[in-house]
Design a protein around this ligand. Structure first.
Ligand code: DGL
Length: 266
């Protein structure tokens, strides 16, 4: 048993979708969330920059004596998970493997779509992970760079979201997918529009739930679950507190989180 907190980090606030699922799956666990709101988005940057930023976040959380690290960002998980694992003295889980595994288990015709940031799609990480499990999987991957700002502005119900979804999903209309990975923390917020465009026969997978489930299993196997009766403690650290932080937090947490955000220096 280990009552230390789980460290969760993301380029910004999208990783709160993962925190929400972790709280559901592991209600006794304390969590420290670190969002690099001063430097989001990462998805438009190159590998070196993403790695440098991600290792700074890793060091910060390690200093806070966490027992486990959750990389709640597709872009970071796709780019530099190995470097984070090398640096970290505690176990690390990213969001790509759990979502890739669920997609392989879900697809019947072995034709899977992946949408994500430019960095995630360019990395080929989802394709690699799925093919490790089943090498005959065919993957169709496209970046959707406008989704992140549209969602952060709260425009999910606006016509602009519908136009962006129609435009980015056009290449998927004739390739007979039966499964699509929403490979970015933000995209579940556009789930209904994406589902409508892709049709009800396409199963949409996002990484929040499978990552929380995989984390639970691994904590159990490693004997790291918190079994004390004390109330869990939640901390929400941000590198910048922009004017829209509160509304973006509410979008991703789908309501008020169990703690107030605090600004920190890395
Ligand atoms: N959190 C990032 C991801 O899941 C999206 C935002 C960004 O580009 O940094 O890929």
């Amino acid at each position: 048993m280990d009552s230390r907190a789980i460290g969760v980090f993301d380029s910004g606030l999208g990783g709160l979708t993962v925190v929400k699922q972790i709280i559901k799956a592991l209600p006794s666990e304390s969590i420290i969330y670190l969002g690099d709101t001063a430097r989001v988005p990462y998805g438009t940057r190159d590998r070196d920059t993403i790695t440098k930023f991600a290792l700074e976040l890793t060091k910060y959380l390690i200093k806070h004596d966490v027992k486990y690290l959750v990389v709640a960002c597709n872009t970071i998980s796709a780019t530099c998970l190995e470097e984070i694992e090398e640096l970290s003295p505690v176990p690390v889980i990213g969001v790509i493997k759990p979502a890739a595994k669920l997609a392989v288990e879900t697809t019947k015709n072995k034709r899977v779509g992946v949408i994500g940031t430019r960095a995630t799609v360019h990395s080929g990480a989802y394709t690699r992970e799925m093919r490790k499990i089943k090498d005959s999987i065919e993957v169709f991957a496209e970046p959707c760079p406008l989704f992140v700002p549209i969602i952060e502005e709260g425009l999910m119900q606006h016509q602009i979201a519908e136009i962006a979804v129609a435009e980015y999903l056009l290449p998927y209309q004739d390739n007979d997918l039966d499964t699509m990975i929403l490979g970015c923390t933000h995209y579940p917020m556009l789930r209904d529009l994406i589902q409508k465009k892709m049709g009800s026969s396409v199963k949409l997978i996002d990484s929040a739930k499978p990552t929380a489930q995989a984390l639970k299993l691994d904590l159990k196997e490693r004997g790291l679950l918190n079994s004390s009766d004390e109330q869990p403690v939640y901390k929400l650290y941000l590198t910048d507190t922009p004017l829209i932080a509160k509304s973006v937090i509410n979008i991703f947490f789908e309501g008020d989180p169990p703690t107030e955000a605090r600004k920190i220096e890395l």
